[in-house]
Design a protein around this ligand. Structure first.
Ligand code: AMP
Ligand code: MG
Length: 425
């Protein structure tokens, strides 16, 4: 494992006082290692889990050449180009059992979708294309090409080939694919455990008596939701006040149980509290000012407890900043920790419905509402007030407009990138 200083030395232009969002992710990719352990789980329990090894197909899918249509199977070599063909029907093949018999010259076989194609036949003409009378069909010219409507053995997957790759997050299609190979269980990476707590003397837990100057904790709930959507195991450690003894105990406890720790609050520059001092004491931590809006202050590193260590994400206190830094940095880093091979969020392009002021030299994440305009194009407008404490705007938004580091002002109609919340929030 590399130390913060070693990683910092590897990165060109690393400036903890003015880090670009891009550099942050670059740094985190070097700090975070995938969990090494794996476990075997049944297919149904594998949804959302990450494959710890390739899944090699033990069989070919489909296992035989078979018909893609209800129709008549025949040998296309008998098909005279541009001329009609009459064939005698010698039997019917149903799906699920092999038809016994032979189909000779001038003959065909009535065949159902999914039924095995006898080896000598290569083409299926759909029922609706032919005239069927007594035991013969009349096949008009040019309604099918040789090989039409035949599914080939192994066309989906060939035996011995990797069907799914290590690092893949298993979704509904993957579960179906694994089952189609007759595989009852797969090896997946161990579930990642993430502990989180809010810091600050002014933060109230639900049920606390409200008092002047105090606010109810919202960060613990948004972080809980964001983590749960990622499918990680969550350890809720509550609110920790600005007390060195309690903070140290919380960090050590979290590091002994979890792979990652997420805190909110207490990392800004002018902060007079003990959070930063304690992070330094119990771990190897960098304190950054990120060239972004909202967000800016963030602490990152590792907290050690005996043999164990956990990655620390010390997020800012403002509720919107917490969610934005989570989506921009924590989420991709946790994906890496979970063993996922691809962790980039997919950005959508939409036409901006309003002008946006933007200074080059920082990344801005504006709360956006993507909608379809009358002409059918995707457009995005902002939710208005972009204050970093205005959590209601995160509720209204369906994505974040990402205005990249070098980007300047945006004019009406310009295409902008949007990180959609669907699947994350
Ligand atoms: P800080 O980064 O600790 O200076 O906090 C910045 C702002 O976020 C302050 O107004 C805090 O009261 C507020 N804040 C910090 N933590 C939370 C929290 N868990 N829930 C709601 N607001 C918070
Ligand atoms: Mg504070």
């Amino acid at each position: 494992m590399k130390t913060i200083d070693q990683i910092a030395a590897e990165l060109q232009g690393y400036d903890p006082q003015a880090l670009s969002a891009y550099r942050v992710n670059e740094f985190l990719a070097r700090l975070v290692e995938p969990v090494p352990q794996s476990e075997s789980v049944s297919v149904m329990d594998a949804l959302g889990r990450v494959l710890a090894e390739d899944v090699v197909s033990p069989i070919s899918v489909p296992p035989h050449d078979n018909s893609a249509m209800d129709g008549f199977a025949f040998d296309s070599r008998q098909m005279p180009p541009g001329k009609a063909l009459t064939l005698r029907v010698v039997g019917t093949a149903f799906a699920g059992k092999a038809w016994q018999g032979t189909v000779g010259s001038g003959e065909c076989l009535k065949i159902m979708t999914g039924a095995i194609m006898p080896p000598a036949l290569d083409t299926v003409v759909p029922l609706e294309f032919v005239q069927h009378k007594d035991d013969a069909i009349a096949l008009p010219p040019d309604v099918v090409q040789p090989g039409d409507n035949r599914r080939l053995l192994g066309e989906d997957l060939m035996a011995g080939q990797p069907a799914l790759s290590k690092g893949q997050r298993l979704g509904p299609a993957a579960l179906g694919l694994i089952a189609s190979l007759g595989i009852p269980a797969v090896n997946v990476c161990r579930r990642v455990r993430v502990a989180y707590f809010s810091t600050g003397d002014e933060i109230l837990s639900l049920g606390d008596e409200s008092r002047e100057g105090a606010v109810f904790d919202s960060n613990r709930y948004t972080v809980f939701g964001l983590l749960s959507r990622m499918g990680v195991e969550v350890i809720d450690m509550g609110v920790i006040g600005d007390d060195p003894v309690l903070l140290e105990a919380a960090f050590r406890d979290a590091a002994s149980k979890a792979d990652a720790i997420i805190t909110s609050g207490g990392v800004s520059m002018g902060e007079a509290d003990h959070t930063k001092a304690m992070m330094k004491k119990v771990g190897d931590v960098a304190f950054w000012r990120i060239a972004m809006r909202p967000g800016r202050p963030m602490a990152v590193g590792r907290i050690e407890q005996g043999e164990k260590s956990a990655v620390l994400f010390g997020l800012p206190g403002n509720p919107v900043a917490v969610m934005v830094t989570f989506l921009a940095f924590v989420r991709p880093a946790l994906h890496r920790l979970m063993g996922c091979s691809g962790s980039e969020s997919v950005l959508l392009k939409a036409h901006c419905a309003e002008p946006l002021r933007k200074k080059p030299g920082r990344t801005e994440y504006q709360r956006g509402i993507v909608f379809r305009s009358a002409d059918g194009n995707l457009q995005v407008r902002t939710t208005g007030n972009q204050g970093s404490g205005v959590l209601s705007s995160m509720v209204q938004a369906n994505g974040l407009i990402v205005l990249h580091h070098e980007q300047g002002n945006v004019a009406v109609g310009d295409l902008v990138d949007v990180m959609m919340f669907e699947g994350a929030l």
